[in-house]
Design a protein around this ligand. Structure first.
Ligand code: C2O
Ligand code: CU
Ligand code: CU
Length: 478
């Protein structure tokens, strides 16, 4: 079966927003798609791996002419790609070489909050160096690293603080999937920007409380990228790394592609699509089979009707590998008996956005759940269809399972682990949530301006046998 629609409610697409900025192809030459280099560990042993991460400012040649002032992790824009191996104990030195405080948030990693997780309670001040460590204990997945200081997450991500992290494990290694990084396994970080005078970005000039957008697609930091295809099958690890934009992806010739992974790992079974919509912070791993094309052909990836990546077909050896019908076993624990359903209401637009009728307060813990308990959460988006929007609901510190949308089956690619789920206007999405580590974790809308605007709350995952107290930062004393 091949699915041929985006599933999401069309009237809620960001195209219906008064502030929508349609993508436009910029009139500059095509350039090779930038592939972020891998971050080399400082040291590694059988059990431990050590890295140094530097948040830095720099300049990047994105367009012909003046370089653009950008921020990045160990590079001038975005970040070097980090590859984690499941089971390893990871040590990271965090260095801030920026002129303002930042945090290093591991979006999608089950690490303890609020410090290691790197949300707003874990500032690293300019010139400061901090150490964190954690055990990587979750399945192979594509996750990411981004800045998360309150309330300037959106602006820092806009400057470029977003990097890809890849988790590898033994189960994924056995699957017949492309995994030669940069050759047939490539990240695609989808973002959009507006270039102002001298090729500079100007976050404040473009500010919109419903999310900042720009007309130019920036893919791994490249405008008008092409990628030279050297293998019949290519795996794309796609991240919606935009502050606000939804990407409605499809290829030329309505080429069918196979989704094999979602936010938190490999799907239980592959799903074939001709169209895929991603909301902010969601990831999809897809395998594209170029077997029907020949040297010299060009296959284009579009968002709506705007070309965003050209795949230039070269010579490749035939590949008749078949993606198996069963890919990964996803644990599906029974809900803990007698737990009430945890209700979360996302409401408003613009400056009015709230969770449960409240704005985020860094010192207020909004909910508690015991570590190990399996709870049903019910996320409601009270926007309505005439003038509402999709709010991507994200949780730190866990990977959840999507149970239903308005009482119906979730979308066909929502049967694996997720940490972000797009909730349509008027929709109630049920998810199953459990935490493995005690801590304080944020949950919020991942339209980043909504998050900064207060559409965020926090939960304490409690280990009843070892109660802890947390020192929560205060926005005014940061
Ligand atoms: Cu992608 Cu609170 O984060
Ligand atoms: Cu996160
Ligand atoms: Cu929102």
């Amino acid at each position: 079966k091949v699915y041929t629609d985006y599933f999401y409610d069309e009237p809620a697409f960001n195209t219906h927003d008064g502030g929508y900025v349609p993508l436009e192809r910029m009139d500059v030459p095509e350039q090779p798609l930038s592939i972020p280099p891998l971050l080399e560990p400082d040291k590694s042993t059988d059990t431990d791996t050590y890295y140094t991460l530097i948040a830095q400012a720099g300049e990047t040649q994105i367009l012909p002419g003046a370089k653009t002032k950008t921020w990045g992790y160990n590079t001038t824009l975005l970040g070097k790609t980090i590859v984690f191996e499941k089971g390893k104990h990871i040590h990271v030195t965090l260095k801030n070489e920026l002129p303002e405080l930042t945090t290093f948030h591991w979006h999608g990693l089950n690490v303890s909050g609020p410090i290691v997780d790197g949300g707003c309670h874990a500032p690293v001040y300019p010139g400061e160096t901090k150490q964190i460590d954690f055990t990587l204990d979750q399945p192979a997945a594509t996750t990411w690293l981004h800045a998360h200081p309150c309330p300037s997450t959106a602006e820092q991500v806009w400057h470029g603080l977003a990097g890809i992290t890849i988790i590898k494990d033994k189960e994924e290694a056995k699957l017949p999937l492309p995994r030669n990084y940069g050759v047939d396994d490539i990240p695609l970080v989808l973002q959009d920007r507006r270039f102002h005078e001298n090729n500079q970005w100007d976050y404040h000039a473009d500010y919109d409380p419903d999310g900042v957008q720009g007309p130019t697609a920036l893919i791994n930091g490249t405008v008008n990228p092409y990628f030279d295809v050297k293998t019949q099958k290519v795996r794309l690890r796609i991240l919606d790394g935009a502050n606000r934009r939804e990407w409605r992806l499809h290829f030329s010739d309505d080429l069918v592609f196979t989704q094999v992974g979602s936010d938190g790992g490999i799907l239980p079974a592959p799903v074939k699509f001709t169209k895929l919509m991603l909301t902010c912070a969601e990831r999809a791993e897809i395998v594209v089979d170029f077997g029907q094309y020949h040297k010299g052909d060009v296959v284009t990836l579009y968002s709506d009707d705007v070309p965003i990546v050209n795949f230039r077909i070269g010579n490749f050896a035939p590949d008749d590998s078949v993606i198996p019908e069963h890919l990964a076993a996803i644990p599906n624990p029974e809900p803990t008996p007698d737990l009430p359903v945890k209700k979360v209401v996302m409401s408003g637009m613009d400056e009015e956005v709230m969770i449960d009728g409240k704005k985020f307060n860094m010192q207020r813990i909004d909910a508690r759940q015991n570590v190990g308990d399996v709870a049903i959460w019910e996320i409601t988006n009270t926007n309505n269809m005439d003038g509402g929007m999709v709010h991507p609901f994200h949780m730190h510190g866990c990977q959840f399972l999507v149970l239903s949308r308005n009482g119906h089956e979730p979308y066909p690619n929502e049967h694996g682990f997720k940490d972000t789920v797009g909730v349509n206007p008027g929709e109630i999405v049920r998810i199953k949530v459990w935490f493995t580590l005690p801590g304080v974790y944020m949950y919020h809308c991942h339209i980043i301006e909504h998050e900064d605007g207060g559409m965020m709350a926090q939960i304490e995952a409690v280990d009843p046998k070892h109660p802890q107290t947390y020192e929560l930062m205060d926005m005014d004393t940061l």
